[in-house]
Design a protein around this ligand. Structure first.
Ligand code: PHB
Length: 397
């Protein structure tokens, strides 16, 4: 086949030009792109997969409801599964920042994952929106971290004070043996013993695939008035099953704690042993606001299940990113976005919330709730509200 020299050189020039363009695009800063990229790192497999599923669902729902364009920019979510393993989180965050040039990293199903990404957020100067993890120290690890979930201190102090006021004198504790479990235990203990309560047994259970049975026997033998329990989202169903099998409900040892153990996502399948469980928490699917009723109905319709507190934390997290982008007029520079997020206030399905401008942590209502049956379904029914609770677990400076 005859190909003219002229055509050959034209093609070569075209290819070279295309190459230059591709290189320029690869090197151009994220802020010059027309889309805003969010690197969403969640546990979609493994023991914490229900957290990943809830957050991913809630973000999809939010984007269906609000569209995928903000301040003239298209929002692109890149989902990565870290299976809640911090080495994976770190590698994925690095790839998302360096290769995909994301403007925000978000998600983080467990504390070790949120902590593993913190130095990368600082180096990359990009916001890290924590949508699940709950250890107080997290927001202190990078000036680019903003949290829309909760802290264990927020709920554990409140349930401790409630226990003291309600005649609970002896408590046995069962907590998951990692950072948020230790926060839950320490903040509960501090408040409960200051109010005159006594801890009669203290057990810590492994985070991965815990078998609660041997620990539950120790709880039973200690004959407490109640047991204080923290297990992360996703483990409450298994815990309650073993609690009932060991007959702790029959021996009158009630469960109290932060509301992770009675997550609405799993509550309906926990059986009647869970009735009467009193927890302090940030969200109930039964929260009686118009906005929440709409949220629960839309989530159920889209995914066929009830949203829990992780879903709400994800829904609020993506809202925070959208609203910050509106405030910056679509500017994606990390410092500008974090600045825009500070002090933001809005109504969430959980109630009124805001971002503390000093700590970048969430300020929210904490509700005391009791598991009750309504229309054949189990719900965490709120009966007392503590308004605008800040995290009390920060390092004292
Ligand atoms: C956490 O790892 O920080 C964490 C995970 C799930 C929870 C609470 C805290 O339910």
């Amino acid at each position: 086949m005859f190909v003219s020299k002229k055509l050959l050189s034209r093609t070569a020039a075209g290819m070279a030009a295309a190459g230059v363009l591709a290189l320029a695009a690869a090197l151009s800063p994220a802020s010059a792109q027309e889309s805003v990229k969010i690197g969403l790192i969640l546990p979609m497999t493994g023991g914490q997969a229900s957290t990943g599923k809830q957050i991913d669902n809630a973000i999809k729902l939010y984007m269906q409801q609000h569209g995928d364009t903000v301040a003239g920019k298209k929002i692109e979510v890149i989902l990565k599964d870290d299976a809640a393993l911090p080495d994976n989180t770190k590698r994925l965050a690095q790839e998302l920042i360096v290769n995909d040039k994301v403007n925000v990293i978000a998600g983080f199903g467990v504390t070790p994952a949120a902590l593993a990404a913190a130095p990368l957020a600082t180096q990359g100067k990009i916001p890290e929106v924590v949508m699940a993890a709950g250890t107080s120290i997290i927001t202190e690890r990078s000036p680019y971290i903003v949290r829309t979930s909760f802290t264990l201190a927020q709920s554990s102090t409140i349930i401790a004070d409630w226990a003291v006021k309600n005649g609970i004198k002896k408590v046995a504790t069962l907590t998951s043996d990692y950072a948020p479990g230790n926060d839950a235990l320490n903040f509960f203990k501090e408040h409960f013993t200051a109010g005159g309560g006594e801890i009669v047994e203290e057990v810590k259970v492994p985070l991965a695939n815990p078998d609660f049975a041997p620990f539950l026997q120790r709880m039973k033998d200690a004959k407490p008035d109640a047991m204080f329990v923290f297990v992360p989202a996703g483990q409450g169903g298994n815990f309650m099953k073993q609690y009932a099998e060991r007959g702790l409900d029959k021996s009158g040892i009630k469960v109290i704690g932060p509301g992770d153990v009675t997550d609405d996502d799993l509550l309906n399948n926990m059986g009647d042993a869970v009735l009467g469980t009193v927890t302090a928490h940030i969200y109930s699917a039964a929260h009686p606001s118009a906005m929440n009723k709409e949220f629960v109905a839309a989530y159920k319709k889209a995914f066929g299940s009830r949203p829990g507190f992780m879903a709400v934390s994800g829904y609020d997290g993506i809202n925070l990113i959208y609203e910050a982008l509106k405030k910056t007029g679509g500017k994606t520079e990390g410092d500008a976005l974090v600045e825009a997020m500070k002090g933001m206030k809005w109504e969430s399905p959980r109630g009124p919330i805001s971002i503390d401008p000093e700590t970048r942590d969430i300020v929210q209502n904490v509700y005391i709730r009791k598991v009750e049956k309504a229309d054949g379904e189990l719900y965490n029914v709120e009966f007392q509200t503590f308004e605008a609770v800040k995290d009390s677990g920060k390092t004292k400076k």
